[in-house]
Design a protein around this ligand. Structure first.
Ligand SMILES: *Cc1c(COP(=O)(O)O)cnc(C)c1O
Length: 507
């Protein structure tokens, strides 16, 4: 076997944080080195020629790194220390609900009784798994106030597309082709993208100066060609849409459906239910609200719960409790089909059920109330440094603005966010929602203590002082992290997703 590795390959030098450079795994490769050794058994080993017939071999050398287990573990452990994570510190990335995830939920998902089961195993051998899925579905329906749910969608955006396909199936079944879906201008970018993928056109509804849906504009946009509306409540500026009942009635009056983007469910757990607000379709981001480490593209789960009239269209097959008390896979009568190769990201589903069960109804309500309390504490604490975009009580996140720092010292929200990394905090979400100038959206979540939030506030005050004393230093921040300020647009415009990217971009 030959690889690109050279004798005398680069060794990782300093097992330190900060600026120590880490070679790629290919640069560490030494021909013939391996992370495993098979002990001799006395049985003559089979050669490649014995195992794979000539006509199945492609004859090319394969491009893999050859490293010892020691070097392999060292490499990935060092890389993991160059990352920020929810286990390391506060991660107030608004809208993403980067709460600390209890290790208990990981322990449940690590149970070999759960994770060694093949998803294609027959129902009679996997009754426990089916019961788990049915139990999760039932509890999510209680939490959201809906009739039934699918657990298949792999993330929030996949749930949105599923919801729009359900909307389309519902209207087609009435012989009623509709064209448009309404979305407020504060919405998450996935909403319009999902509407387009679902074959509909977007009509944008403006927000009022209060940060809420403009009811007059909404009513003016309604008509018989409206398939539905997508709403987040609390919305993406962290405010509760107080007119939700009137919005629901107006949309239903023209025959449209209401879609609930449940990314902000953490704010209302056990307090209000989307079903009671009049929503017909609800997606949940289990990885946000119900404890799965996410970020970096890790697995998510975006179950979609629906009201009674949409149940027959749900994706299938679906784990179902039969009349005799056993469980089986059942395809709903007019199912839109599968939206996942199997049954959904099962380990995220297992974690979510364990999180719900270990909290109980009162525990979930405390999650929401503490999340809202923390966001309001932070909004109030920071009012002289980063004023709120909308000066009123918020829900689980607060949208602040760096406009005063920009106007007076030329320091932007991006500079503050980058400087926060030097202070040991993850950045908040910046420049979202788009309707707020220099938006900085903080979501402390319920898992942070008042001491941690005070430390964050003090860090932001130090950065504000630097804006007065040395604004140039903020434009260069961060300087003390393993990676300093990057050109964020370049990677997206010139995507080179291979290990030799740096070389090819002649960095
Ligand atoms: C995160 C988020 C989504 C998309 O969810 P994913 O799980 O990331 O696909 C949609 N809407 C809002 C408001 C969000 O915060």
């Amino acid at each position: 076997m030959t690889t690109r590795s050279q004798p005398g390959a680069r060794a990782a030098s300093a097992p330190l944080l900060g600026h120590a450079t880490e070679p790629t795994i290919f640069e560490m490769s030494v021909p013939g080195r391996s992370a495993f050794q098979l002990r001799s058994t006395g049985v003559p080993p089979l050669s490649l020629e014995d195992l794979v017939p000539e006509h199945h071999r492609n004859g090319h050398a394969i491009d893999i790194a050859e490293v010892s287990e020691r070097d392999l573990v060292g490499h990935f452990t060092r890389l993991s220390h160059r990352q920020f994570s929810v286990d390391l510190g506060m991660y107030p990335l608004g809208s993403c609900t980067m709460k600390y995830n209890p290790k208990f939920c990981d322990a449940v998902a690590a149970d070999p009784g759960l994770n060694s089961v093949h998803p294609g195993a027959p129902a009679e051998l996997t009754q426990g798994w089916l019961e788990l899925l049915v139990s999760l579905e039932e509890k999510l329906c209680v939490i959201t106030g809906m009739a039934e749910a699918t657990l298949q969608p792999a993330a929030g955006a996949a749930g949105e597309l599923t919801g729009l396909l359900l909307m389309r199936a519902y209207h087609s079944a009435q012989g009623d082709a509709r064209r448009r879906v309404l979305i407020p201008d504060s919405a998450h970018g996935t909403n319009p993208a999902s509407v387009t993928l679902g074959g509909y056109e977007v009509t944008t509804i403006p927000s009022t100066s209060e940060g809420l849906v403009d009811l007059v504009a909404l009513k003016a946009a309604l008509g018989p060609d409206v398939a539905g509306i997508m709403l987040t409540n609390p919305n993406t500026v962290g405010l509760f849409e107080e007119d939700i009942l009137e919005i629901a009635e107006s949309v239903h009056d023209v025959g449209g459906l209401l879609y609930y983007d449940g990314a902000n469910l953490n704010a209302i757990l056990g307090v209000v239910r989307p079903g009671d607000m009049g929503f017909d379709i609800v997606h949940m981001n289990l990885h946000k609200t119900f404890a799965t480490p996410h970020g970096g593209g890790g697995p998510g789960a975006g179950p979609v719960a629906v009201s009674k009239r949409l149940v027959e269209f749900l994706p299938g097959p679906k784990a179902t409790r039969l009349a005799n008390g056993t469980f089986d896979w059942v395809r709903p009568a007019r199912s839109i089909g599968r939206v996942h190769g199997w049954h959904g990201n099962a380990m995220v589903l297992a974690r979510a059920l364990s999180y719900i069960d270990v909290h109980g109804a009162d525990g979930l309500e405390r999650v929401a109330k503490h999340a809202v309390l923390n966001a309001n504490w932070l909004r109030h604490r920071l009012r002289d440094t980063l004023p709120a975009a909308y000066d009123r009580t918020c829900m689980h996140e607060c949208v602040l603005t760096a406009t005063p720092l920009k106007t007076r010292f030329g320091v932007r929200g991006l500079d503050v966010a980058k400087a926060l990394l030097e202070e040991g905090f993850h950045s908040p979400t910046v420049y979202f929602p788009l309707i707020v100038d220099e938006a900085m959206m903080f979501e402390p979540t319920e898992t942070e203590s008042v001491q941690t939030m005070e430390a964050l506030a003090e860090a932001i005050e130090r950065i504000a002082q630097r804006a007065i004393d040395d604004p140039q230093s903020l434009h260069r921040a961060p300087q003390t992290t393993p990676v300093s300020r990057v050109d964020e647009a370049r990677a997206a415009r010139h995507l080179i997703a291979t290990e030799d990217a740096a070389q090819r971009m002649s960095l």
